[in-house]
Design a protein around this ligand. Structure first.
Ligand SMILES: [Zn+2]
Length: 372
């Protein structure tokens, strides 16, 4: 490049120098494209077996329908049928009147295709009778049709008690709630914290750099609101303290990228189940290791998706079912890497897709699923 500039300067002076610099800048701009813009189309030619519809009917243990008290469930059912989803567990069942209305809507239209989990508002923990009231309300919600309890990540991240302190997940004032779930025979699905990378420095070493760039409010730190290990540790504490309560750890407890540690936790806490919502890209980048994990813990892994985007489910099916290599994931900010199929056996697929959920969530219609 330098000799080109010298040539122009010698030949025709200042104007040519400017033109040459412009040329250099342009060439440089083409070479130095942004990370977002670099999205190369794979040239690899290998067998491709996309899976549009799950091989067996399945239960989505981690669904969200936020307008269920009044919404027309028809379009949701239509998409569910396309995917082969037998039952959706709507974790946003809320409480009280809203929950009653959702259950009513289900009963009137699709009585065996949806169930709801209740939610608890942790505002005001520490004020008079908060715990007794919360337990009583949850009991009523279960009587009214809730099949479990969903705890959002706001517990541990956002809620404060009546004194203004961060409400820890393992706060003793919440113990009667976890105990009540065991007594009523309903599971708790709990999402705690967020991916570890959100607590790490926002720089080129961070695997979630793109997600933090596009969603800057997801960035956390040791003081906003607390260290990741602490919040996750609080979650494990309640699992240990309530061995008779069934806990479904959402998003594989954010250990899908470290299945060795997750195995240790599974071994230590037999009442902990995991679901795979939003972490399929972690499994799809370690197909051999993940397959071993599914072999070992086949009775305690559940299918879940989280956000209701029907077009994203086929990636999940393909990772679980196929033997395909190096196929694309649907969201670059979760994964800038490609997927590989785990090629799970039919026996394990059935457990993950529906058998495990049928066992731990009460009152699901078994007739929707093959029984062998
Ligand atoms: Zn969720």
């Amino acid at each position: 490049m330098n000799h080109l500039i010298k040539f122009f300067v010698m030949k025709s002076g200042y104007i040519s120098l400017m033109l040459a610099l412009l040329l250099v800048v342009t060439i440089h701009a083409q070479k130095d494209i942004s990370f977002e813009a670099y999205d190369p189309i794979s040239t690899l030619v290998v067998p491709e077996n996309p899976v549009i519809k799950a091989k067996f009917p399945f239960i989505d243990i981690h669904g969200h329908q936020y307008r269920m008290p009044e919404q027309d469930l028809g379009p949701v059912i239509e998409a569910m049928d396309t995917l082969n989803m037998g039952i959706m567990v709507n974790l946003s069942g809320r409480s009280g009147e809203k929950l009653i209305k959702s259950v009513q809507n289900i009963k009137e239209h699709y009585p065996n295709r949806f169930v709801v989990f209740a939610n608890i508002d942790f505002e005001g923990v520490g004020s008079d009778n908060w715990t007794a009231n919360a337990v009583r309300q949850f009991e009523t919600d279960v009587k009214n049709g809730a099949r479990g309890l969903k705890i959002y990540k706001s517990l541990g991240m956002r809620y404060k008690d009546s004194e203004g302190n961060r409400l820890a997940i393992d706060d003793e004032r919440l113990d009667p709630i976890w105990a009540k779930c065991a007594e009523l025979g309903v599971p708790v699905l709990i999402h705690a914290a967020d991916p570890r990378s959100f607590w790490d420095d926002f720089d080129g070493d961070n695997e979630r750099w793109l997600e933090l760039k596009t969603h800057p409010r997801r960035k956390r730190s040791d003081t906003d609101p607390a260290p990741w290990e602490q919040i996750i540790g609080e979650q494990h504490n309640i699992f240990r303290k309530h061995p008779n309560t069934t806990f479904i750890n959402a998003h594989m407890g954010w250990y899908a990228n470290d299945l060795g540690t997750l195995s240790d936790l599974m071994n230590e806490m037999p009442n902990m189940y995991v679901e795979i919502g939003a972490i399929i890209a972690e499994l799809g980048r370690q197909p051999r290791n993940a397959r071993k994990f599914f072999d070992r813990y086949q009775d305690r892994i559940l299918f879940g998706k989280d956000s209701w985007k029907p077009e994203e489910f086929p990636t999940y099916f393909r990772v679980l079912e196929s033997d395909d290599e190096y196929f694309p994931y649907h969201k670059k900010y979760h994964a800038f890497w490609a997927m590989y199929g785990l090629n799970l056996s039919d026996e394990i697929l059935k457990k993950v897709y529906y058998k495990n959920a049928l066992r731990i969530v009460p009152g699901l219609d078994k007739s929707l699923f093959p029984d062998e």
